[in-house]
Design a protein around this ligand. Structure first.
Ligand SMILES: Nc1ncnc2c1ncn2[C@@H]1O[C@H](COP(=O)(O)OP(=O)(O)OP(=O)(O)O)[C@@H](O)[C@H]1O
Ligand SMILES: [Mg+2]
Length: 234
């Protein structure tokens, strides 16, 4: 579903991503780990065609993203680290607006409210202006927008940053449901615990290279942390 082949990105000569080759199948939740500046966001932005590769190929559902930018975007949902919302609109109105932009203008108010509560936003908050929301509440609206798009692949850039532990745990549950429904998930995260809990596979990036990949059921929490730190110290 999501495929990178020899994917390389340079910024003004500086290597941000170095020959990444990776395939994520439907139902997989692939967690991209790695220190600041390792190339995680760069990878996600290449799938979204926000930036163009220097060399190599990036495909969504077999289609080259650079050659088919509009069609491939239809298969993708995206949750950025900082969800951008209209502050003077309510959570519900934001969701309605962004769902309509994504071609999902047919939802009833009940459907929309349901996406918000599934994402963990308290029901009484859905009609309040977003300017009164906490960071985690805004993030939950972002999750609802991504869910409402009902895309076949989900790209997440540190989606749980700002979520409290309970919300983070509920988010893991949501990912599990999406995975069961056959959605392919690529998630950049610094949260090793969540990566082990919600991921089916993980990869460790360092200086633009994918230096290790493994199934999450092959390793325990403590060993994952040890493995991660050993790569960072190399
Ligand atoms: N627009 C840009 N112009 C120049 N260099 C950039 C640009 N965006 C990213 N880079 C560089 O590319 C490298 C990878 O950055 P990237 O944002 O992908 O890291 P990351 O793994 O997402 O880090 P973090 O954990 O801090 O979010 C870094 O060295 C960064 O400085
Ligand atoms: Mg990043």
């Amino acid at each position: 579903m999501l495929e990178a082949i020899g994917l390389t990105k340079r910024y003004d000569g500086q290597l941000a991503l170095d020959r990444l080759t990776l395939t994520i199948e439907p139902g997989e939740v692939f967690c991209l780990l790695g220190g600041n500046g390792a190339g995680k966001t760069t990878t996600i932005n290449l799938f979204l065609n926000f930036i163009q590769p220097t060399s190599g190929t990036v495909r969504v559902k077999g289609l080259d993203v650079v050659e088919n930018p509009l069609e491939t975007k239809r298969y993708l949902s995206y949750i950025p680290e900082q969800v951008m919302l209209y502050k003077n609109f309510s959570g519900l109105e934001n969701l309605e607006y962004f769902a309509t932009l994504a071609g999902k203008g047919h939802y009833s108010r009940e459907n929309l409210a349901d996406f918000l509560t599934r994402s963990g936003l308290p029901a009484q908050a859905t009609s309040r202006r977003v300017s009164t929301y906490s960071k985690g509440m805004r993030q939950k609206v972002g999750i609802a927008i991504a869910l409402a798009k009902e895309a076949e692949a989900l790209l997440l850039d540190e989606p749980t940053s700002g979520l409290d532990p309970k919300a983070s745990n509920e988010f893991s549950g949501l990912l599990e449901q999406l995975s069961d429904a056959g959605v392919a998930v690529l998630m950049a995260t610094h949260d090793l615990f969540r990566a082990k809990e919600s991921g089916t596979r993980f990869g460790i990036m360092k200086q633009g290279q994918l230096v290790d990949t493994m199934r999450t059921d092959e390793i325990g929490h403590a060993d994952l942390e040890r493995l991660y730190l050993s790569h960072m110290h190399d």
